[in-house]
Ligand binder design. Structure first.
Ligand code: SF4
Length: 234
């Protein structure tokens, strides 16, 4: 354990603001025209190395859509080399062939959001026609390859078939399904309590971290550029 008495379970890194989708509930305001951010792959490697030094258990790579970041394979390898598990939180709309090998690495798992078994309902939320079919196809491919997957069903629309989505995901073999999960939805931020002490993580000077289970902390070295690093301690 590093940085005091509080175990650091998870650091989630919003490595790009870009995304193929434009979900109505996206808290990050990501989309095809959003900024990819100004932090370089090297910058993110520094953050990952510092997280490893602090004893963080899992690095979540998220965005935007993390699979659009050209440095994703290197960031995954960096985290694994640091002894941490990796979760890639993807919309699964488009997985490049070379990325499947990265996702199959031991210690890597996928997470995704899913909205409805009905394509029109799903796509009313994602803002992209055809996204339902593409996400389902890649979800099946991930499961076929034996990649661990967890999924959150974010309730966005009145009357949305959340129960049907959960049943479909479980039927496909998704091991962990969370109905009502917020995923990258707006509302996740309200649980965060930014603590200036976590700026130390970015500066490589982390020392004392606040105590307490479930305390969520945020580091925003270049938040204006659409990238963030956040730490969940507890
Ligand atoms: S919620 Fe996720 S998939 Fe949807 S626009 Fe935001 S980053 Fe992209």
């Amino acid at each position: 354990m590093g940085g005091g008495d509080t175990p650091l379970n998870l650091i989630w890194l919003e490595i790009t603001g870009r995304c193929q989708l434009e979900c109505v509930h996206c808290y990050a305001a990501s989309g095809p025209k959003a900024s990819p951010g100004t932090m370089t792959e090297r910058d993110w490697c520094r953050v990952i190395d510092q997280a490893a030094t602090l004893g963080v258990g899992t690095v979540q790579l998220i965005g935007g859509e993390p699979t659009l970041h050209p440095g994703l394979p290197a960031l995954v390898e960096r985290a694994l080399a640091g002894g941490m598990a990796v979760e890639v939180y993807s919309n699964l709309v488009g997985i490049a062939p070379r990325l499947w090998e990265v996702l199959e690495r031991p210690g890597v798992r996928l997470a995704t959001s899913y909205y409805s078994p009905r394509p029109p309902e799903h796509e009313a939320i994602t803002g992209r026609r055809g996204s339902h079919q593409r996400t389902l196809r890649n979800l099946r491919e991930a499961l076929r390859r034996g990649i661990p997957v967890r999924a959150g069903v974010v309730e966005v629309l009145p009357g949305q078939d959340v129960a049907g989505a959960v049943a479909e995901l479980r039927g496909l073999g998704v091991a962990e399904v969370r109905p009502g999960a917020t995923g990258r939805a707006r509302g996740r931020d309200h649980r965060l309590r930014p603590r200036p002490a976590l700026w130390a993580l970015w500066r490589g000077q982390a020392g004392h971290l606040p105590r307490g289970r479930g305390v969520a902390l945020r580091v925003q070295p270049l938040a204006a550029a659409g990238q963030r690093a956040r730490v969940l301690a507890g």
